[in-house]
Ligand binder design. Structure first.
Ligand code: S3P
Length: 423
């Protein structure tokens, strides 16, 4: 693919709907005994995996224009394997739902998802009473679940993972008694906020979440805001290309997700939030970004959960910043859709940047002049989009292998990118 000649990134854009919130709206909506209407859902590879699994579980889900309606009715034993595609959120959150059901089901995924760790959900869900078996000494998909008869537990999360936390919260709805979850670092809290929005009995005090079994979910509507992780590619692109100025509209600004904006500000970027408001218990607003000269910074472990999906694009920013950027305590990146520490260091070094892997992070020395080269997305949507933004600032042609994976989170990415590239 060839990027047309352009001088700057300019204009206004509505990013695609939030992926994490759409998955949760679909899964939590499926538990409700009343109709749930989802406005502005993301329809992409990952969320379609969730919809397909829910249909196999007997749910009636209807698309009405730009909305999705989930009809009431209990889920039932699936006749087929529940295929989660590339989606870790589908596999882990559905495991929570299935642990609460008195029937047998099997989850599977693509080659990437089959490598991702599942032991982290097997352990707490078993402690609650689910019978779970999985390949690789119960560590990876495929995985079978026979649920039902759950009891509430008190569980301290060993890693800051919103997927693990959400699997436990969702299963806790079906458990006898109270479940208490303690986090050491706060991860995205969309599940907690959505359950509260829909009237469930859940309390959150700092990093302690308490949920009562049998929590009732009322009928209601969930409007999905724009995805800050998808918006980040353009926010960073505009920061990197001289003369750029963009406004991204209607973006989710939940504080557990806005780490990217704090990091950008610390690096010296010009970012302004306009019209901060609240919608369905989530903060949203518009973000104005202009080109800025950046400086390298230290990024510490406690910041990682709030930028977990943005580290590839932050690494690209660092290649253009003055000085060293040191990202620490990010080992979780090795267990994403690809080993993102390796994928980003390999690709950006091929483009000419000074970037090195550490066991749990990335060290970048900037600024360096990027030169076009042949690089690989590792089949990972966030690496592919990072490399497309890199190709905007690289001299000469960049050829990126395997861009199809972008449809996992942002099917319209290339059109949106072209619409903002102005000459
Ligand atoms: C997600 C949580 C994060 C994130 C993923 C989406 C979610 O994963 O990387 O893209 O929707 O809960 P972990 O919870 O495993 O860190």
């Amino acid at each position: 693919m060839k990027i047309p000649n352009f001088e700057r990134i300019e204009g206004r854009l509505k990013p695609p709907p939030d992926k994490s919130i759409t998955h949760r709206a679909l899964i939590i909506g499926s538990i409700s005994e009343k109709t749930i209407r989802i406005r502005n859902p993301l329809l992409s590879g990952d969320t379609i995996s969730t919809i397909t699994c829910l249909l196999k579980l007997g749910k009636v889900i209807e698309k009405k224009g730009k909305e999705i309606e989930i009809k009431p009715g209990r889920i039932k034993e699936p006749e087929e394997i529940l295929y989660c595609g590339n989606s870790g959120t589908t596999a882990r959150l559905l495991s929570g739902l299935l642990s609460g059901q008195d029937f047998f089901s099997v989850l599977d995924g693509d080659a990437s998802l089959r490598k991702r760790p599942m032991g982290r959900i097997v352990e707490p869900l078993r402690e609650m009473g689910a019978i779970i078996h999985a390949r690789g000494k119960d560590s990876v998909l495929p995985m079978s679940i026979k649920g039902g008869n759950l009891r509430g537990i008190t569980y301290e999360l060993k890693i800051p993972s919103a997927q693990v936390k959400s699997a436990i919260i969702i299963s806790a709805i079906f458990a006898d008694g109270k479940t208490v979850i303690k986090e050491n670092l706060k991860s995205r809290d969309h599940t907690e906020r959505m359950l509260k929005w829909l009237g469930a009995d859940i309390t959150v005090e700092d990093k302690v979440i308490k949920i009562k079994g049998g929590a009732k979910i009322s009928d209601g509507e969930i409007t999905v805001p724009g995805d800050i992780s998808s918006a980040s590619f353009f926010i960073c692109g505009a920061t990197l290309v001289k003369g750029s100025k963009i406004v991204i509209e209607n973006v989710g600004l939940n504080p557990t997700r806005t780490g990217i904006l704090e990091i950008l500000k610390r690096m010296g970027a010009s970012i302004r939030i306009l019209d901060l408001r609240k919608q369905c218990n989530e903060e949203i607003g518009d973000i104005e970004v202009k080109y800025s000269q950046l400086k390298g910074i230290e990024i510490e472990e406690h910041e990682i959960p709030s930028i977990i999906d943005e580290i590839p694009i932050i690494s690209l920013l660092a290649t253009q910043a003055d000085g060293i950027t040191n990202i620490k305590g990010a080992k979780e990146l090795r267990y994403k859709e690809s080993d993102r520490i390796h994928a980003i260091c390999d690709s950006l070094s091929k483009l000419g940047s000074k970037i090195e892997e550490t066991e749990d992070g990335i060290v970048v020395e900037g600024p360096s002049l990027l030169r076009g080269a042949k690089v690989n997305s590792y089949g990972d949507h966030r690496i592919a989009m990072t490399l497309l933004i890199a190709s905007l600032i690289a001299k000469g042609e960049t050829i990126i292998d395997d861009l199809d994976c972008i449809e996992i989170s942002y099917p319209n990415f290339i059109n949106d990118l072209f619409s903002l590239c102005k000459s």
